[in-house]
Ligand binder design. Structure first.
Ligand code: PMT
Length: 410
């Protein structure tokens, strides 16, 4: 959402990763951004000007000096393009381009945009090159200079490189770059009360061991909690995600703590109770765990087996009942059938500021699926009934509610 209407210059220099940039332009455009491309001479050896002009719907900027014979030519475009932008993204950034930026050289449209960008506008630099080049003292010195100047330089990823070697030097995939740009623009837009605040999110299932090879668990996939963590990060919050075992990638910019069982989740959460402004419990935490965990594999030598279960700590209730006036506790209540009353009970008992009553049908809402149906109930008993929507959108709506509570003083 944050990319909608934003004006982005994509500076492309001459590395093999430039082949990924038309896809990046497409993603940014799809998210509603306006994109103009500044392509260096070397960059044009790796990606075609025509491809970039086609996907961006704009002419590609290469030469600082415009053709003199075209009507309507902007003769000072080396200044106006930089002034137009909300953000400058350089991907891939070669060692040569990074050195030019650090030295203040200005001999093509990419470097001119860097110099003429308005103060405070984010600059994101994605170095991509051979691992040896990336580690070189000169390059690291130039990166340190640019970082000191306020640029965000994103460390390249580890993996296979064009040289045939394996190491650090790969440009992140376009979707990761797009997320990074969204985060940078969000941080540059200080409108959310969540900005700079610590938000803790619990997500996923817990596994309570029976013996060395078996456990009690549930169907939670972590999707709802991960969507919340991502949405809070988009609004500039410092997010810690405490998750049970799931198969999901960590949202960019989010700190992740992996745990297995309820007691581990409780210990991880407890250490953050005092530090967070908002605590969102989306995890499906097992209420009980086996009293004894048997070592090795339990043998089947009788027709019946009785398991003694004992209560797990209630992570959210402990936060909710002990929270300070400046903290907010947000919980979920997954109920089968008409469980609205149960949601109200949890709101009361756990001293929550907001509870999301989560319907469950295994096809469109609840565990595992990408969509959800929630009714948000705040501490003043205001109900917001959300229709069926993607979990990512439901997460944003829930955060809107949290922001309103923060604005209203609670
Ligand atoms: O992970 P997904 O597949 O995307 O599915 C999302 C979800 C259905 C798991 C999620 O949206 C959801 O509803 N989570 C809460 C599940 C639930 O039934 O919680 P509960 O009614 O047992 O607990 C109420 C609240 O207390 C929850 O916020 C829970 O995280 C918290 N709790 C519960 C027990 C416990 N020991 N500690 C807790 O913090």
């Amino acid at each position: 959402m944050i990319l909608k209407g934003k004006k982005i210059i994509l500076g492309i220099s001459g590395g093999i990763a430039a082949y990924k940039t038309p896809q990046l332009v497409r993603l940014l455009k799809k998210a509603g951004a306006e994109v103009r491309v500044a392509l260096t001479a070397s960059g044009s050896r790796f990606v075609s000007e025509l491809s970039l002009a086609t996907v961006s719907g704009e002419p590609v900027f290469r030469e600082m000096f415009p053709p003199l014979d075209l009507p309507g030519t902007d003769f000072t475009r080396h200044i106006s393009l930089g002034e137009w932008a909300d953000a400058l993204v350089i991907a891939p950034a070669t060692a040569n381009t990074i050195a030019k930026l650090a030295a203040g050289l200005c001999d093509d449209m990419l470097t001119a945009c860097f110099i003429t960008l308005r103060p405070g506008k984010p600059v994101l630099i994605f170095p991509a090159m051979d691992g040896q080049m990336y580690r070189s003292g000169s390059l690291q010195r130039n990166i340190a200079l640019l970082t000191g100047q306020g640029c965000t330089v994103i460390e390249p990823e580890n993996g296979d490189l064009a040289s045939g070697q394996c190491g650090t030097g790969r440009m992140p995939e376009p979707d990761v770059i797009a997320q990074r740009i969204g985060m940078a623009l969000q941080n540059a837009t200080p409108d959310s009360p969540l900005r700079g605040r610590r938000v803790v999110v619990t997500a996923g299932p817990t596994r309570e061991k029976i013996d060395g090879v078996r456990f009690i668990s549930n169907y939670s996939s972590g999707k709802m909690g991960f969507a919340l963590a991502e949405a809070a990060r988009e609004r500039g919050a410092e997010v810690t995600l405490i998750t049970g075992p799931v198969h999901l990638d960590t949202p960019v910019g989010v700190e992740r703590l992996d745990v297995e069982n309820a007691c581990e989740m409780y210990e991880a959460a407890k250490s953050l109770y005092g530090l967070c402004t908002v605590f969102i419990a989306a995890a499906a935490v097992a209420d009980y765990r086996p009293e004894l965990v048997l070592e090795g594999k339990l043998k089947k030598n009788s027709s019946h087996l009785q398991l003694n279960l004992i209560r797990n700590p209630d992570i959210l209730a402990e936060f909710g009942t002990g929270k300070r006036p400046d903290q907010l506790a947000v919980g979920f209540a997954l109920e089968t059938g008409d469980g609205l009353e149960e949601a109200y009970r949890k709101l009361q008992e756990k001293n929550l500021d907001l509870v999301a009553f989560n319907t469950f049908d295994r096809k469109t809402s609840g565990f595992e699926v990408d969509t959800n149906v929630l009714t948000l109930i705040d501490r003043n008993h205001t109900e917001t009934v959300l229709p069926l929507m993607q979990k990512k959108d439901a997460a944003r709506q829930l955060l809107d509610c949290i922001e309103q509570l923060m604005h209203s003083g609670r």
